[in-house]
Design a protein around this ligand. Sequence first.
Ligand SMILES: [Cu+2]
Length: 150
Amino acid sequence: MQRTMQRRSLLVSSAMLALGVAAGCNADARVRPPQDTAEYATERSSSAGSFRVTYSTDAPVPVGRLHAWTLHIAQIDGTPVTDATIAVDGDMPEHRHGLPTRPRVTRNLGNGDYLLEGVKFQMGGWWVMDFDITAGGHTERVRFNLQLKK
Ligand SMILES: [Cu+2]
């Protein structure tokens, strides 16, 4: 009886290990990094096309160091969006983990510029940064892809 249970738990942990390895090896086609270089642009349109968002930060984007981003948010015609509320979330889809910090917009710099502080990427590889931007009574998401060198 005891022996059977031990064997069963061994099988379960082997299966879990195999799953973990598969995830780490990018075996899941749904989470492959985008191949199109346009997906890595620093200027992107939001999900429903209302906002055009640009970020600027240190170049190259640092790994393992706290740094800040400046976001510029405009309407499609270029008019700055000066009263946006911005939520941010960063993620490594292949690794199923997020950022080690909780970056947030700490200052409205005016003219559509916003200061994002507390960004830290703990490793190189493919990252996504999602911003949920609320202005004019609706919210749209913009996603930036980054390929960071270790
Ligand atoms: Cu990772």
